[in-house]
Structures are given as structure tokens and as C-alpha cells.
Ligand binder design. Structure first.
Ligand code: ADP
Ligand code: MG
Length: 548
């Protein structure tokens, strides 16, 4: 019985040994069949023992500084130490992807995991871990990242290229518009210069021959000059640099005053209706320019209703533009006076609406349209602090609305503010003419002397100021705005008025100078005459100013 039991024990032990050996063999087979390094570490990680595997780690004492330096990529060492500490302190699984040095000295990526094994008291006895080679996966990931980056870079490059192409297109469209504009001006001016030159030639020939009949060439030449002046006026309006004289204006009264002119202009097969809102606000605007703009709109309406005719409506209204409505119209929020011209004509295609304000854009046959009407209206209204809008439906008709800023106050208050101070009128009034153009100075001087005025002349600001500083009698200063010698006409006038507050001033200006020098508004006692002007017109203006 005893022998039997001993034998039985021995058999059990033998069987157990066999089972353990088999289990170890199986583990060894499993480990060597896998691509994974399996390792065991002491509780404090100091002793690291490789069990088997592909040799990612050659030998291993533990993650001390020398070990780290030898096997772990410099950029990953700190991370590895931190992960070890976390695992030991938390008694939890260690897990990290990091680079290790292979036996051949190259770096590979490894995913390392280790779990703690505890004794019966819950103390960590050792760690058991596995590290698998994830170099392939990492490589694939980084290739993917590179690919993404390349793609992103390509997309960025492509959109930059596209933006550049769009820029180039915009630039070329701008150049085309400028080309169209200069071509239009050059063409019209050549015609007018041809006319003026021809007239001079024929006048000279008649005078040389001692023949009479030069008058018709003189008047033809003058006519051409007038047309040229109209052209430059329109261009200046378009460039928003014309000389404006904005005054508080009752648009209803202004429209009533031109109703007859409108009727005559559009003809009898168009019914004209004027709808003036009662209690219409005043607007601050250059009245003659507003009239000419409205007439332009009426002529466009007439052309759109030709030849059958139709109905033309000119309506006014008060408009209070809130933030949104103002933004839609590219205006500051506030109060505006709207003047709308509506026709029952052909209407406009959207692409025509889009280009209608372009200078020289016209859909009318050569000789009929200049394409300057709406560009002039646009420039004038924008310069006046307002806006123009086209509302059009094909085959139904068009409404063009002008929005002009409201003037707060009454016409009477304004008139009182502008009341003329008492001036002595009579013969021998003295006019100081300041202009750097000798021909113009001579012409102005001659015509004023013919009209009984005493004339002083100066070619620049300094000469003018020395005359103004003397005690000579000077009733009126006529000055060009752009002057040589570092002082413009406004500065001359301002300095002169400091010592002669009642001095009347008449600016004679070609174009942009008023706008450029920042004097958008003309003070009371100051007037503006726009070049080119007729000499007789100048004499009348001087008389009007001095007798006011
Ligand atoms: P023009 O009258 O000399 O052609 P505008 O600048 O006044 O030049 O107008 C430009 C273009 O806008 C016109 O040629 C026309 O095609 C279009 N247009 C302007 N007003 C109207 C309108 N009331 N109805 C239809 N089309 C219009
Ligand atoms: Mg027109």
C-alpha cells in the first residue's frame, strides 16, 4: 500500500514534470514562432531579461541610463522613462510605442507592453512583457502622412496658382476697360481737334487771301471746343472729380422746373408723369448737375421706348435707410431723398445692367450713344455722397433711382447764412487775376478791362500775396487752383481773407484741384468757374459776384 502510494506519487510527479516541460516547450515554441520579443523584468525594472524572439533587444539589464542610451532612440528616451514610472507607480500595464536600436545598429519601431505579476501579499514580483516590431506599420503610417502632406501642399499650390490666374484675369479686364476708355476719349478728341485745327487753317487762309467769310469757321471751331468741354466734363463727372457746388435743394421744385423741358425732350408719344411726394426732405446737391443727370435718365428712357412710346414717371420719396438697406446700397445708414425715373421700355438684360455704368458702354448704334450718360450720373451721384440703382425687367421696363443725402434745415436758414455783405459797387473796381498760364491771364485781363474793371495780375501765389499785402484796393481775387511755387489757389485765398475778410474770391479751375485740395464745399462769398469757360461768361460772372 505504501509502496503503491509512493509509486503513485512518483507517477503523479513525473506526469506533472512532463506537463510543465510540455507547457514550457509549448511556450518556447510559441515564443520562437512569433515575431515578438518576450521579456521578463525585476519588480523595479532594473533587471531585464530577454526570453526569446527576433532580437530587437540584444541583451537587457534594464532601463538605466546606459541601457537607454544604447537601445532607445534619443528622442524617445524621456517618454519611455516617464511611461515606466507611471506603470510602476500605478501598478498597471506599461504600454509604449518607441524606437529601438536593432542588432545591426539601425532603428526600428516597437510596441512594448508589460504587465505586473503580484505575490500573495499584492507586491509586484516581476513584470512580464512583449515587444513587437511595428516598423512596417509605422513606415506605412508615415508614408501616408507624407502622402497627405504632399497632397495638401499640391492643393495649396494649385489654389495659389488659381488665385494668381484670377488676379491676372482681373488685371487684364481692368486694362481692357482702361484701354476702352482711353480709346474712346482719343477717338472723340481727335475728331474735335481735327475740327478745331481745320477751322484755324481755313481762317488763316481766308485772312491771308484777304477774303471775308471767316465767321462760319470761327463759330464751327467754337462749337467743337464746346463739345470737347462737354466731353471732359463728363469724364470728370465719371472720375468723380468735377467741381461741384452742392446746395440745399428741393428736388420736387427742381423737377417741376424742368418738367416742360423733359416733355419736349421725350416727344409726344411718351406720357410724362411727375409724382412728387408731399413733405419731401431737402437734399444737398449741385442742382444744375442733378438736372443734367435727370435729363440723361429721361433720354435713356425715351430711347428704350422708341419708336412706339410709352409712359415715363419721375417720382420722389423720402427714404430712411437702416443698417441693412444702407449696406445693400453701399451707403452710410441715414436719411436720403430718392428720385426715380421709370419707363415702360425694353428693359435691360442682367449683363447690360452689370456694365451700364461703364464709360463708353453703349448698346446703341454708332453715332447715337456715347455710353457716357450713366457713367456721368454714377460719378456725380457718388461724388455727392449718394447712390444710383437700376431695377430692370426685360420687355417690361426700367427704373433708375438716385439716392441723395438729406439736408437738415430749411432753405430760409441757408439763404440767411449766405446773405451778401454790403459791397460797394461802381466803376474802377479792382480785380486781381492769378494764373500761371500767360495766355489765360492775358485773355481774362483784357476782357475785364474791356468791361471797365481795373486789373492786377500775378503768375503765382507769392506774387499774388505781395499785392494782397499792400494797401491797393482789391475787390475780387480770381485765382487758378493749381499754381506753381508750392502754394495753391485755396491757400492764397485763405491767407488773403485773413487780412481782407470781405474779399470776394472766384476760383477758376480745370478739374480735380478742388477735390484734391480738400475743399469739397465752397464757402459763401466764393465762387467757382470751370475751365474751359467762355470769356463773355467770365465777365458776366464777375459782374454778378461784385454786384451781389
Ligand atoms: P448711351 O445712352 O449713350 O448708350 P448710357 O451710359 O446712358 O449710354 O447707357 C448705357 C446703356 O445702358 C445703354 O446703351 C442701354 O443699353 C442701357 N440703358 C440705359 N438706360 C436704359 C433704360 N432706361 N432702358 C433700357 N436700357 C437702358
Ligand atoms: Mg444715355
Amino acid at each position: 500500500m505504501r509502496v503503491q502510494s509512493v509509486l503513485a506519487m512518483a507517477r503523479v510527479r513525473r506526469e506533472a514534470d512532463v506537463a510543465v516541460r510540455r507547457s514550457e516547450e509549448r511556450l518556447r515554441a510559441l515564443v520562437s514562432a512569433s515575431s515578438t520579443v518576450v521579456y521578463r523584468m525585476s519588480a523595479d525594472w532594473h533587471e531585464m531579461l530577454e526570453l526569446e524572439g527576433q532580437g530587437l533587444v540584444a541583451d537587457a539589464e534594464g532601463p538605466d541610463a546606459a541601457w537607454l542610451a544604447r537601445y532607445v532612440h534619443p528622442d524617445d528616451q524621456a517618454q519611455l522613462v516617464a511611461a515606466c514610472r507611471r506603470a510602476i507607480a500605478g501598478r498597471s500595464m506599461f504600454e509604449l510605442e518607441h524606437r529601438v536600436r536593432r542588432l545591426d545598429g539601425t532603428f526600428g519601431w516597437t510596441l512594448s507592453r508589460a504587465v505586473p505579476l503580484f505575490d500573495a501579499d499584492g507586491r509586484i514580483v516581476e513584470w512580464f512583457g512583449a515587444a513587437s516590431d511595428i516598423t512596417g506599420r509605422k513606415r506605412a503610417e508615415s508614408a501616408l502622412r507624407d502622402l497627405n502632406e504632399t497632397l495638401e501642399r499640391r492643393v495649396a499650390l494649385e489654389s495659389a496658382r488659381r488665385a494668381k490666374a484670377e488676379d491676372a484675369l482681373r488685371q487684364s479686364q481692368k486694362m481692357e476697360a482702361i484701354g476702352q476708355l482711353s480709346g474712346g476719349i482719343a477717338h472723340d478728341f481727335n475728331n474735335l481737334l481735327g475740327a478745331v485745327g481745320g477751322c484755324f487753317e481755313l481762317i488763316a487762309r481766308r485772312m491771308a487771301d484777304g477774303r471775308s467769310g471767316a465767321e462760319r469757321y470761327i463759330s464751327a471751331g467754337q462749337d467743337a471746343v464746346r463739345r470737347a468741354a462737354t466731353l471732359t466734363q463728363r469724364l470728370l463727372a465719371f472720375s468723380r472729380q468735377q467741381t461741384l457746388d452742392p446746395k440745399p435743394t428741393d428736388a420736387n421744385r427742381l423737377i417741376a422746373g424742368m418738367e416742360e423741358l423733359i416733355r419736349r425732350t421725350v416727344g409726344t408719344n411718351i406720357a410724362v408723369e411727375v409724382v412728387g411726394t408731399g413733405g419731401l426732405w431737402l437734399t444737398t446737391v449741385d442742382a444744375p448737375q442733378l438736372e443734367s443727370s435727370l435729363l440723361n435718365l429721361c433720354i435713356n428712357a425715351r430711347d428704350a421706348m422708341a419708336p412706339v412710346g410709352g409712359r415715363l414717371t419721375v417720382a420722389t420719396d423720402n427714404r430712411w435707410l437702416d443698417e441693412r438697406a444702407a449696406r445693400e446700397r453701399d451707403l452710410a445708414p441715414g436719411q436720403y431723398v430718392a428720385i426715380c425715373v421709370t419707363d415702360t421700355g425694353t428693359g435691360m438684360k442682367p449683363e447690360v445692367v452689370a456694365r451700364a455704368f461703364d464709360p463708353f458702354f453703349t448698346t446703341k448704334p454708332i453715332g447715337q450713344g456715347t455710353g457716357l450718360g450713366l457713367s456721368m450720373v454714377y460719378g456725380f451721384v457718388r461724388q455727392s455722397g449718394g447712390q444710383v440703382r437700376i431695377y430692370s425687367e426685360e420687355a417690361k421696363g426700367t427704373t433708375v433711382c438716385l439716392y441723395l443725402p438729406r439736408f437738415i434745415g430749411t432753405l430760409e436758414e441757408r439763404a440767411a447764412a449766405e446773405a451778401p455783405s454790403a459791397v460797394e459797387t461802381g466803376d474802377g473796381e479792382t480785380v486781381l487775376v492769378v494764373d500761371d498760364e500767360p495766355a489765360l491771364r492775358m485773355l481774362i485781363g483784357d476782357v475785364l478791362e474791356e468791361n471797365g474793371y481795373h486789373v492786377l495780375a500775378a503768375a503765382d501765389g507769392a506774387a499774388a500775396l505781395s499785392l494782397l499785402g499792400s494797401d491797393l484796393r482789391i475787390d475780387l481775387l480770381i485765382t487758378d487752383v493749381g499754381l506753381p511755387g508750392g502754394m495753391n489757389g485755396h491757400q492764397v485765398a485763405d491767407l488773403a481773407r485773413a487780412s481782407r475778410p470781405d474779399l470776394k474770391v472766384l476760383y477758376v479751375t480745370g478739374f480735380a484741384e478742388i477735390a484734391v485740395s480738400g475743399h469739397a464745399h465752397i464757402e459763401p462769398g466764393m465762387d467757382v468757374l470751370t475751365k474751359p469757360f467762355e470769356i463773355t461768361g467770365l465777365a458776366a460772372k464777375v459782374r454778378e459776384i461784385l454786384e451781389r
